[in-house]
Structure formats: C-alpha cells, structure tokens
Design a protein. Structure first.
Lengths: 380, 194
C-alpha cells in the first residue's frame, strides 16, 4: 500500500485542496480520508473536492484539529491518501443519516452490515447527532453477536457550535451527513488496535444513584453530584469548564471495560453534571487524574504494544480525545511524535469528541472519553 | 502552563477525600457507640445487663480497695412476678418489667448503676456511699411504691444489701452476699405474714 499524508493551513477551501493536490504531485489514489476544519462552508466541501481531485473516492469529516505525522494542524485540511497494491483491497462505505432520531431499524441495518462483513476492518466516523450517537452505539453493540469484535474502531468528529447546531459532519460523494455516521470498511487488510488511557482513579468511590442518559444527578443516595463538582471548582478564578477535563471520572464496575471507561464533563448546572457519554445507575466510579507526563508514558507503551501486534504496518490512525489534548497542554504534539517515532509509518489522526473501541473481552463496542485509540493497518 | 489550576483542583479533591474520611470515621464511631450501648444494655428494659455489671465490678474492685471507697450492692427480686406471666401473659409481664425499670431509675441517682440481672431480678450498685445513709428506709419506700403501682397484680419487691469492703472485698462474693440476704428478707416477710 502506498500511503501519503498531506495538510494545508490555507483558509480558503479550494486553495487548501489545490495545495494538497500539488503536494501529491497530482498522483492518483484509490481512496482519500480527510479531516476538515468546521469553519469551512459545509455545502461546498463535496463539490470542491470532486472538482479539484476529480474523484468521488473519498470520505471527509469535521475536526477542530488533526495531525499528519508529528504535526498538529489547527484550522486546516489534513488528508490520508491510499493507493493499493493488491486489486483485492477495497474500501466500501456504509452510511446513515438521521441518527438523532434513530429507530430500531437503523440499529438492525447497521448491525446486519457489520455482521455480514466480519472479515473487513471497519472505521466508524460519527457525528454527535444531537448527543444521540452514544445511545445508538450502545444499542448497536447489543445487536452484534459475533466474537471477538476486534475489527471496529472509530471516533466522533470534533466541531464547533453555530447557533443551536453542533457541526460534527461527515462528507462523501455529493452528500453531507449532519447527524449520522460513516463506516469505512477495508477489505483485504490486517489491522490491530490498542488503547492509551493514563488517567488513574483517586479518592472516594461513588455510586450513581440517579442518572439519565449523559446526566448525573445523585450519588451515594441523595448527594447532589453537581454540588461535589462545584466544590472542585473552588478557588479557581476565571473558571473554564475545560479545567474539569483534568479530572474525568473513571467508571469502575465495567468488568469488561478495555482498560477502564472514562467520562469527561461537558456541563455543570445546579441539578446535574452532564458528561460526554452515557452513565448508568448502580455504576461505581472515582475521580481520576493524570499529568501530561503520565499520559505520554502510556502513549509510548501503547505504541510499543501495537508494534508487537502487527508484523508490518502501512499506516497508523489515531483518534485522540480533545479533553486528553487539553490535559497535554503545550505537549500535545508529543503524543503524535511518540507514535510516529515508535511505529515509523505515516500517521494520520484527529481530535475527537469521543472514541469508539472494543471492550476488554472484545464482546462489545464502547464509547470512550479521554482516551487515545491507535490503529495500525497493513495491506495483505 | 495551568499549574495553579491543577494544584487547586487537586487540593479541592483532597479536601473532598478528607471530608469523606472524617464523615466515615464519625459514622463508624457512632456505629461503634451504638453497638457498644446495645451490648451493655438489656434490650427490654434499657437497664445495664448482667454481663456489664460483672465486667464493671472486676474493673473497679482494686480501685475501691486502694482508694478505701465503699460500695453498696442491692440485690432485688420481684415477688409474684411469675403469677403475672402465667395469668396475663408474657407481653404483660414485659410491660411490668419495663415499668419496674422506670421506677428503679427514678428511685436511684443518675450515676448509680441499675442492672437487670436476670428474669425478674435487679441489682443496683451505689459507689462512694455514705456509711450513715439508711439504706433500708430507702428500699422500704421503693418496695411500697412498687406494691402500690402493681397492687392489681400483687407484685412486691424483696431485697438484700451487701457492702464492700465491710462484707467482702471480692466483688463476685458481694453479689452472693446480697443475694443470700435477699432470700433471708423474703423468708422473714413470709413468716411475718403467717
């Protein structure tokens, strides 16, 4: 497989694509995967790509930040361009729109697609879908009845809020998928995944006594969790909600969790604390913490583990949570640097609003926060 | 870069843990106290129980001798209590015992130890008693109160008193002496009635 990663920081979409095309020496490719800053005009993206590259063999998605090799790119376009050596190697695309109002039929159809294509490796790139995607993923996971589920990975696009709408879209052919997802199914590849966490639980063990969806109301009986979290915010001037990303919660009861399930805080109000992922009553959790150094050390170990899993790797793909990147502070680029240095292959990735990966027993798909999922792929 | 923020958050987290730990310790102490109270009291009457009396006597024996203090142990027994149980049932019997306990608590000082020794037997332990106090007068008054209160059931009280160190310096023997004197008292009253 021939793999090229390119990027452009041009604020004009057409010029961005032109710069990338030029960097590719106008060479053809079999498939392109692009991250696109959400400030670009949405409706122009499919048309502009096709106009510049003369191809519909692509998928693009929103990302506030992405990276190619070691470089973190804010506000631009990053691309992964694949040319296959083997005629058997293909990328098929499955997509769904309207997941903000998903029905059981949507879940069944998606599960059937994944069940039917168990030999493929699937990358899911999804939108928040008005915060419904995580629930869709849970139900989808329940419908999958093959084992092990080690061929699915993904992430939720990161984006910006304009008015009432959160732009975490995906793009393919002539379409814009606003509240749905895309599954890229790679045929004739071998792939391996690993997960980097790094946050460790500390202090009090809480039990969720009242929650609804992503909102946590009460712990340990009648204790308002919002009151507890607001105590964590004391003494900090000019408080930014992102400061709470230093202390995601670590859910403990997940016996089948791959490492552990983390949840980062999205919002705090008087009645509840809202997370970037669902919670269930009866679960136990602790508040966790990590320094940038601890996260990077775990990244290093993850890359080493992944390297041992595959004989050779053609390219690596990283889904890294925006919350994790915030905690890394000025050392953000070091995560990609470690991956690049250890794996020594082209690296492509983006900062996500949630990561999709298998649980510890490979029986379920889970939505993770604050993690860095690493994928290695090679053509057979 | 945001060191001050992280430090403050960790301090707040530590405060939270400390607070929870303090609450846990308080809860545990409260539970311990409740368990201890349950262990040393009779569940029906709320008086101290026999086990606690025996342990207490063991503990203070040496102190009483060394500090030349005087202990008074009163052994009391309810006369005709069996009649109440047999005639009116055990529930009524329990009610009577609870009422007797209340009367005993009122009669003795707050810092005297009043014990339910067994079925219908009670002990009062008086520390640092004055040798000039007339114990018989007090106890006769107590007996009359009980007889008046439970006239319907013909309930009465027999008692025996022993003193440490006068009668014995051994606390177990103190109970035996008082017990024997109680039976002597019972016999005397029966003889008088005849």
């Amino acid at each position: 497989m021939r793999v090229r990663v390119q990027r452009s920081c041009n604020k004009d979409l057409t010029r961005s694509f032109e710069e990338i095309k030029q960097a590719l020496n106008s060479e053809e490719f079999d498939f392109a995967l692009l991250s696109i800053d959400p400030h670009f005009e949405v409706d122009k993206i499919p048309h502009t790509f096709q106009k510049i590259f003369g191809s519909k063999r692509y998928v693009a998605f929103h990302a506030n930040s992405a990276f190619v090799d070691e470089e973190v790119v804010d506000g631009g376009v990053c691309g992964l361009f694949l040319t296959f050596d083997n005629k058997k190697t293909k990328v098929r695309i499955f997509s769904k729109e309207g997941i903000d109002r998903y029905t059981p039929q949507d879940v069944e159809e998606t599960a059937k697609y994944l069940q039917t294509n168990q030999n493929d490796f699937h990358i899911i790139i999804a939108s928040l879908a008005k915060e419904r995607f995580s629930f869709f993923l849970e139900e989808l996971s329940e419908c999958l009845d093959y084992y092990p589920i080690e061929n699915i990975i993904g992430g939720i696009s990161s984006g910006i809020k304009i008015g009432q709408e959160m732009l975490t879209y995906q793009f393919l052919e002539d379409r814009v998928i606003k509240n749905g997802f895309i599954i890229l199914s790679f045929e004739n590849v071998e792939a391996a995944i690993d997960i980097s966490l790094g946050f460790l639980p500390y202090g009090i063990r809480y039990e969720i006594t009242k929650s609804q969806g992503n909102k946590l109301y009460m712990v340990d009986g009648e204790n308002n969790f919002s009151t507890i979290i607001r105590r964590m915010m004391r003494g900090i001037r000019d408080f930014d909600i992102r400061y709470l990303w230093y202390i995601p919660i670590n859910i403990l009861d997940e016996k089948d969790g791959y490492v552990a399930t983390m949840r980062t805080i999205e919002e705090v109000n008087d009645e509840y604390v809202k997370f970037y992922g669902s919670l269930k009553e009866g679960q136990h959790f602790k508040i966790s913490f990590a320094t940038a150094e601890e996260l990077l050390e775990e990244d290093r170990r993850t890359a080493l583990r992944l390297k041992r899993k595959l004989e050779t790797i053609d390219f690596a793909f990283n889904f890294s949570c925006v919350a994790r990147q915030f905690v890394l502070e000025e050392r953000q680029a070091e995560e990609a640097q470690w991956y690049r240095t250890i794996l020594d292959v082209p690296l492509f990735g983006f900062f996500t609003f949630g990561e999709i990966g298998p649980d510890k027993m490979y029986r379920k798909l889970k939505l993770y926060n604050a993690t860095s999922l690493l994928l290695g792929v090679r053509e057979l | 870069m945001r060191e001050h923020v992280k430090i403050q958050i960790l301090k707040n987290l530590l405060n939270e843990v400390t607070k929870k730990y303090d609450e846990f310790i308080q809860e545990r102490e409260k539970l311990y106290l409740q368990t201890f109270e349950r262990a040393i009291h009779d569940t029906l009457t709320g008086l101290y129980n026999r086990q606690y009396l025996l342990e207490y006597l063991m503990r203070i024996q040496e102190k009483v001798i060394r500090q030349k203090e005087r202990l008074e142990l009163i052994f009391m027994d309810l006369d005709n209590f069996k009649y109440i149980n047999d005639t009116f049932g055990h529930r009524k019997g329990d009610e009577v015992l609870q009422e007797v306990a209340r009367i005993l608590n009122e009669h003795f000082r707050q810092y005297d130890m009043v014990v339910r020794y067994g079925g219908d037997e009670f002990v009062a332990l008086i520390e640092r008693v004055s040798p000039n106090m007339s114990v018989e007068t007090r106890l006769e008054l107590l007996r009359k109160n009980i007889e008046k209160k439970f006239a319907r059931y013909r309930l009465s009280l027999s008692y025996g008193v022993a003193f440490c160190p006068d009668d014995t310096t051994d606390c177990n023997e103190l109970i035996n002496v008082a017990d024997r004197r109680m039976y002597e008292y019972k016999r005397k009253r029966k003889t008088l009635k005849k």
